[in-house]
Design a protein around this ligand. Structure first.
Ligand SMILES: [Mg+2]
Length: 410
């Protein structure tokens, strides 16, 4: 996401990271004087709109180069004076630049510590956490926002290394995996564990899901867990670091129903786009395409559907020519039809806020919304398997034998 594309509407105070957000990030180096400072394309163009909307705009930046004596504080303030001036020339505005030159990560002023935020609140008593948005390109900015209790949006970053420029696209999607389902129908083949932990060729099914998710620009995966969750949590503690996204848990102490579980897990999400999927089915949908299709559909929710022939295990989905889902049909033998693959995309993480704490996602949300024409169907011919029954569980063991080759090919 570019600076010009962020949703600024709910906020009146903006905190901006500097390197990689405003100016080109020099990898392994510091911007030591103004001549080395280069605005990221599009940033200056976005500034007038930002200036019009926000009451307060601050830069919040770590500048360890001063602490390392690579540059002086005077060099740094000179860079900032020029930067503010240039932004002013195009009709933008920066109300203050907060920087931390400290070397030590223990310094509370250094991001992700909240020291600079505390100073801003002291200097501007009308600044409120719930009306403040932090925009940055790094994990440190996200951590900082979390420590301050403010919203965060990650932007695409432009980096320069050995004279070459590289755009780093921001991770802009969170994924909820419904991992609470118990493998009761699998009891004959696996001991009673959540289905996502059923071993497939020596690895839990969840491993395959997370590996495929690693191909996308995902910020965070929230595992919705409940009964028998310990084995999932233990496994993630040991292996979570192998995946390029944060893994968090939404722990249901009492069963909330499918909808309540999603609603609860959404509270852990921070991105606008949220993908929801079952932890016991594997549907290899291209999530980037799904997100794009959802964006263009303008609907509340987009569901990925799969074309199947000759089946009786699933209900079918009907949709019209435009792709709008028109209804759901009960499970019965079907010669040719589309099934709900259990992968959904939404672009508003507050979508379920108005729903009760406990509800069924399918009957109390999806069906009524579809009846109002608010659900879009995205057809994907990606590989699909539901390990909920022993035959398909056995098939997964067979199919996933060459999984590593299969994912590398992408
Ligand atoms: Mg940065």
């Amino acid at each position: 996401m570019k600076l010009s594309e962020i949703n600024i509407e709910p906020y009146d105070t903006l905190l901006l990271d500097r390197d990689g957000t405003i100016n080109v990030h020099l990898v392994g180096d510091y911007v030591k004087h103004w001549e080395e400072f280069e605005f990221i394309p599009g940033v200056l163009e976005a500034m007038p709109k930002i200036a019009q909307h926000f009451k307060h705009i601050f830069i919040v930046t770590n500048q360890r180069g001063v602490g390392k004596a690579i540059m002086t504080e005077a060099d740094l303030t000179d860079i900032h004076r020029h930067m503010v001036e240039e932004i002013g020339k195009v009709g933008g505005r920066i109300d203050g630049v907060y920087y931390c030159t400290s070397l030590t990560d223990e310094d509370m002023r250094r991001k992700p510590g909240r020291g600079m935020w505390d100073e801003i609140q002291r200097d501007y008593p009308d600044v409120k956490a719930e009306r403040t948005l932090m925009v940055g390109d790094g994990d440190v900015d996200r951590e900082f926002a979390r420590n301050c209790g403010i919203a965060f949006c990650r932007v695409d970053s432009l980096k320069k290394k050995d004279g070459r420029y590289e755009w780093i696209k921001s991770k802009d999607m969170d994924v909820i995996v419904l991992a609470g389902g118990l493998g009761t129908r699998l009891r004959s083949v696996v001991s009673e564990v959540p289905k996502c932990m059923a071993p497939v060729n020596g690895k839990p099914f969840l491993y395959y899901l997370l590996t495929v998710l690693s191909q996308y620009r995902i910020q965070k995966v929230v595992l919705s867990v409940g009964y028998k969750r310990e084995c999932i949590i233990d496994w993630v503690q040991e292996h979570g670091g192998e995946f390029p996204f944060e893994i968090d848990f939404a722990v249901e102490e009492t069963p909330l129903g499918t909808g309540g579980g999603i609603r609860f897990a959404m509270e852990k999400c921070t991105s606008d786009a949220v993908c929801i999927m079952n932890g016991d089915t594997f549907f290899d949908v291209d999530l980037e395409q799904l997100k794009e299709a959802h964006k263009h559909s303008g609907r509340l929710l987009t569901m990925a559907v799969k074309h199947l022939k000759d089946f009786d295990r699933y209900g079918t989905v009907s949709f019209d020519k435009s792709g709008t889902v028109t209804g759901f049909n009960e499970k019965r033998y079907c010669e040719d039809g589309f099934i709900n693959g259990g992968v959904y995309m939404v672009s508003d993480r507050n979508l379920l806020k108005a729903m009760p704490e406990k509800f069924s996602f399918e009957t109390e949300f999806l069906q009524p919304k579809a009846a109002s024409g608010l659900v879009f169907g995205f057809v994907s011919d990606g590989y699909f398997i539901d390990i909920g029954i022993p035959e398909d569980y056995a098939k997964a063991n067979e199919d996933f034998k060459d999984f590593e080759v299969w994912t590398k090919r992408k």
